[in-house]
Structures are given as structure tokens and as C-alpha cells.
Design a protein around this ligand. Structure first.
Ligand SMILES: NC(=O)c1ccc[n+]([C@@H]2O[C@H](COP(=O)([O-])OP(=O)(O)OC[C@H]3O[C@@H](n4cnc5c(N)ncnc54)[C@H](OP(=O)(O)O)[C@@H]3O)[C@@H](O)[C@H]2O)c1
Length: 320
């Protein structure tokens, strides 16, 4: 089978597409013929081994597996003798933020891990794009209490996390203001947002409006800059640690002080997030945005594009 590999942590230049033996499922595993995966920011961490602490999860000192990947959508081609939840021909999707050898034509995966049937409404590409960003977005929302009166700002609404987050927020009926750049204005308005700020023309931290929650889904701001825009007991959440890893310790300091708070969600329960998204897809409340697709033979180019930070929402590999 064809697989996208790297043998050491490093840049996209280390990536090669090679032929490898097709894996065989053990008694509790399914063999999946992969149809699509995304190339996302977690994949970039799996490729580069950065931040360094991530290597303790994906392999230290070398990657645990040479094959890249974190998510998948495909068809079950064989099942181990003890598998009860899936059968040959089932369409399935899944995700693991500690890396999965899924950027290959075949993957073996434990039936009780993060794997679910693909809803009828979704293509393979769309199913793969429901995983990574949506999981982090669902986790962001576990940390805050919202009601239809809540006013929320999302910085970076066109990213993998941001584009999922605004859809989750809209489904809860809250008032959402979002930032995006000029080229994506139409895309972001299509998600039903009332107010969009072009971050190339206006600095959202200078807005005179107040918000109950500010989600920085691209980690480009700081609590210091956003604090004056938060209501009395408002919360600031970021997807990044911050330049001085302040988002790690500010949650404790701001909790002790009371009032405006910083929260830094550590994502957990991937299967739970997948079930939330699955339900929303079936109810017609969630649809992943896909910017572009690459073939598996364009793996290096695809990673170069995603690592460069230029991607919008989701970028997909069409594997077979
Ligand atoms: N905490 C966690 O567990 C976790 C997990 C995964 C990822 N992350 C981090 O979260 C961040 C976002 O991830 P992602 O997958 O959503 O990334 P992504 O899809 O690559 O997001 C990039 C988006 O950010 C937008 N953007 C770039 N500069 C901006 C700015 N100055 N202001 C507002 N928006 C800006 C871009 O919008 P335009 O296209 O409109 O320019 C683009 O759509 C990354 O830094 C990633 O490392 C954190």
C-alpha cells in the first residue's frame, strides 16, 4: 500500500510517499480502506514533533510510527474475529490527537477506540473534516456556560477550529461576532454570522463592545489585550499557550482573583466530541468547510501548504 511517511521529526521536506505492506487486523481490530484524511495542525505537530512535549505522546526520541496522520474516513474491508460493532462494507470515520498511521491506503484500528459510522449526509472528505478542528471546538465549549443572550467573539473564525466553533455557537443561538480576512468574508457570512470583522483592516481588540466570552481560535491575541472587552465575569480562551506560555498559569491566577477569567481547555474525550458532531450533522446543524484537496502523491506539497499557515478551514487528502 502507499503511505505518507517520515522517519524523524522535521519539516515537510522529510516526507516521502512509499510502498509498505498492507497491515492485518488483530482479533479486535478492523481493517479500513482509507478514502480521505485531513492535513491539519495536529498533523503538523506529529510531523515536526513540536511543541517538544508533544513527543512524549507521539514517540520519543523518534516518531512511534513512520506513517503520518491523525484522522480518517474510509470503508471497513476486513474485521478481526472478535469484532462485533462493525462489519465489512461499513463507512467509518475516526480521529486520535496523538497520531494515527492513517495517511496510507489502509489502517488497522481497534473497534472500541474513536471510530463511528459516517452519517449518510456526508462524503468521505467531509467526514474526515468533521474530526480535528471540531473536537477542539467542542472542548472549548465544555468550559463555558452560554445562553441565547450571550455575546461571544471568535478570533480566527475561518480556521479548522474556528469554522467548527462558530457553527456550534450558532446552533446554541448565541450572538457571535467573528474575525476573518477579506478573501473569506463571503465564506464566513455563509455560516450565518451577524457581524464579521476583517482582521486585515480592523484590530478587534480596539472594539468598544463588551463580550461574555472571547475565543481566540488561532491564538493570535492575549488576555491582556482582550481583558477590557470582557464583561464583568467574562472568559478568555485561546487555542495557543501564548508567547510566554501565560495561558497555562493565568487560569489559576485569574480564578484566585475572581472576575474576568482565562480558561485553557485541555482537550479530552474524542469519541464524545465525535458523537456531538455526528448528531449535529444528522440534524443538519453542522457541515465542515473544505478549502482544497490533494492526492496522496502530493503529500509534501500539502504539508508545506498547511505548515505555512495559509490554509482555510480544512485541507484534505483524497487517498483512494
Ligand atoms: N490547544 C489545542 O489543543 C490545539 C489543538 C490544535 C490546534 N491548536 C492551535 O490552534 C490554532 C488554530 O488551529 P486551526 O487548526 O484552526 O488552524 P488553521 O486552520 O491553520 O487556522 C488558520 C486560520 O487562522 C486565520 N488567521 C490567521 N491569522 C489571523 C489573525 N491575525 N487574526 C485572525 N485570524 C487569523 C486564517 O484566516 P484567513 O484564511 O482568513 O487568513 C486561517 O483561516 C493553531 O495555532 C494550532 O496550533 C491548538
Amino acid at each position: 500500500m502507499k503511505a505518507v511517511v517520515r522517519y524523524q521529526y522535521g519539516t515537510p521536506e522529510n516526507i516521502r510517499v512509499v510502498n509498505m505492506p498492507k497491515p492485518l487486523p488483530n482479533p479486535t481490530e478492523v481493517l479500513i480502506r482509507i478514502k480521505a484524511t485531513t492535513i491539519n495542525r495536529t498533523d503538523c505537530g506529529v510531523l515536526t514533533g513540536a511543541p517538544y512535549i508533544f513527543r512524549f505522546f507521539v514517540g520519543w526520541p523518534k516518531p512511534r510510527t513512520p506513517i503520518l496522520g491523525t484522522d480518517f474516513a474510509g470503508i471497513v474491508e476486513a474485521v478481526g474475529e472478535k469484532v462485533t460493532k462493525f462489519k465489512v462494507g461499513d463507512k467509518v470515520w475516526g480521529f486520535d490527537d496523538n497520531g494515527l498511521p492513517s495517511q496510507a491506503e489502509y489502517l488497522v484500528y481497534q473497534e472500541d477506540k474513536n471510530i463511528l459510522p459516517i452519517p449518510d449526509a456526508l462524503s468521505f472528505k467531509e467526514a474526515a473534516a468533521c474530526a480535528e478542528g471540531a473536537h477542539y471546538a467542542v472542548n472549548f465549549l465544555k468550559y463555558v456556560k452560554l445562553n441565547p443572550e450571550s455575546k461571544v467573539l471568535v478570533n480566527g473564525a475561518t480556521g479548522g477550529i474556528g469554522s467548527a466553533l462558530v457553527q456550534l455557537l450558532k446552533s446554541q443561538g448565541v450572538h457571535v461576532t467573528a474575525t476573518a480576512n477579506s478573501k473569506n468574508m463571503d465564506l464566513i457570512r455563509s455560516l450565518g454570522l451577524e457581524k464579521v470583522i476583517d482582521y486585515e483592516k480592523e484590530d478587534f481588540t480596539k472594539l468598544s463592545e463588551a463580550f461574555d466570552v472571547i475565543f481566540d481560535a488561532v491564538g493570535k491575541s492575549t488576555f491582556g489585550k482582550c481583558k477590557s472587552m470582557l464583561n464583568k465575569n467574562g472568559c478568555y480562551l485561546s487555542s495557543e499557550l501564548g508567547d510566554g506560555i501565560e495561558n497555562l498559569y493565568l487560569p489559576l491566577i485569574t480564578k484566585l482573583k475572581g472576575g474576568k477569567r482565562v480558561l485553557f481547555p485541555l482537550p479530552t474525550d474524542i469519541k464524545g466530541s465525535m458523537m456531538v458532531i455526528q448528531k449535529m450533522v444528522i440534524e443538519g446543524k453542522f457541515r465542515p468547510i473544505i478549502e482544497k484537496s490533494f492526492s496522496i502523491d502530493q503529500a509534501r506539497e500539502a504539508y508545506q501548504y498547511v505548515v505555512s499557515g495559509q490554509k482555510t478551514a480544512n485541507v484534505v487528502f483524497e487517498i483512494s
